[in-house]
Write a protein that binds this ligand. Sequence first.
Ligand SMILES: Cc1cc2nc3c(=O)[nH]c(=O)nc-3n(C[C@H](O)[C@H](O)[C@H](O)COP(=O)(O)OP(=O)(O)OC[C@H]3O[C@@H](n4cnc5c(N)ncnc54)[C@H](O)[C@@H]3O)c2cc1C
Length: 427
Amino acid sequence: MNMPAAKLDLDGIELDKPMFDPKAYRLDAEQAGLIAKARELAQSRFAGRADKWDREATFPMENYKDLHKAGLLGISIPKANGGSGAGYQTYSLAAAEIGRYCGATALTWNMHVCSTLWSGPLADDLDMDAEMRAAHEARRAIHYKRIIDDGAIYSQPFSEGGAAAAGGVAFGTEARPVEGGWVVNGKKIFASLAGFADYYGVLCTEVKEGEKATRRNTLYLALPATSAGISVVGDWDPLGMRGTVSRTLIFKDVFVPHDAALMPRGVYFQAAMRWPHMFLTLSPTYVGLAQAAYDFTIKYLRGEVPGMPPVKRRMYPTKQIAVAQMQIKLEQIKSIWFQAVTEACSNPTKEQVLRAYAAQYSVMEGANELATLAIRTCGGQSMLKSLPLERIYRDSRCGALMLPWTAELCLDRIGREALYEQGEKDE
Ligand SMILES: Cc1cc2nc3c(=O)[nH]c(=O)nc-3n(C[C@H](O)[C@H](O)[C@H](O)COP(=O)(O)OP(=O)(O)OC[C@H]3O[C@@H](n4cnc5c(N)ncnc54)[C@H](O)[C@@H]3O)c2cc1C
């Protein structure tokens, strides 16, 4: 396998090798270029700043200015709209490279990019009649222009604390149709980028007078953060992913015009039914964290961590065995995940869906298992706050909690869907 020689960036940093070597993983030059851009930016700029966002639990706004300058806020915006046109796989691989250096930046960038990936390439793969598609293309162009020209940041507050974010019932946040648009009322918890996004991409239920709320009527609306009636409440002092600033959002009679729709009526529901890999998009961040835990361990045991005395610990057989276990686990995570993000499509087979759940579970649980092993193996001095490992450990613990595909729900679904065909029941 021919790996590219180590390159130096503008600051003279020796750049890391890609997590997924383009030749070995059969990526084309355009994909490799975009993924390398994300990696180089994250290693040279975001890695050094990650400690600050974590300690202060503040949003990485400086990183977002860099992402805008590098064109990465528009990575999945179609080329016709001025973006880079990255599809699902390319975006996922780029996001994993960012997660390797700053988990909170990668996770929030995911919320932003998914606003464009779901309304862009994913929506292009769904059914719409010509009139609906033309209206959608005209509306999404407004959102894309704001991102490309002004660096607008979008978030995805879906969770409400009930069963809606798991896909069980209709969202409690409601959009009432009025002249020219909708009036939105409701509450979202764990709303990453709260107070920092320019637009909150809210999932809500369109409810007309006298109608019952149903999941089919889910709307995906981008509410300008400055709209009257939006407030950010509660504090934010969590275990990990502290730079995501995932506070609570309250919407009280917020009016939004029709062009706020990121997807036409009925299309989000169609996507959730027919494009389930849309919910695997939280995983790339944690693939990056898994790689980061491994990379750190190798450097640490070789005595090559910057700022640490060059003490080698690699000669102990127990450490070598732990590293072997970590390498095997990392390869397992990367392999199943790469397959799942590569085969993502509309109407996947049952096997592909089960594999997507298995990939999500493997990544979300595996990243933290690797970080745990890394701390045990490297030892006490490795988990001081002056080094990134303890942050990787805390950040990686959060992945398995993300709805709708929490580790628990993945287990539930794999077990049930492997044993029952659709519609099958026991007497
Ligand atoms: C760092 C961080 C950032 C986040 N950012 C966002 C964001 O930007 N946008 C957003 O929408 N959400 C975000 N979330 C929220 C996340 O997706 C979950 O909605 C949230 O963690 C759920 O909270 P809970 O575990 O208290 O939920 P609970 O509803 O109490 O669920 C607890 C657990 O029970 C299980 N469970 C829940 N529902 C069911 C069910 N129907 N059937 C079986 N089991 C079930 C699940 O395993 C779940 O983990 C973020 C979370 C974290 C930790």
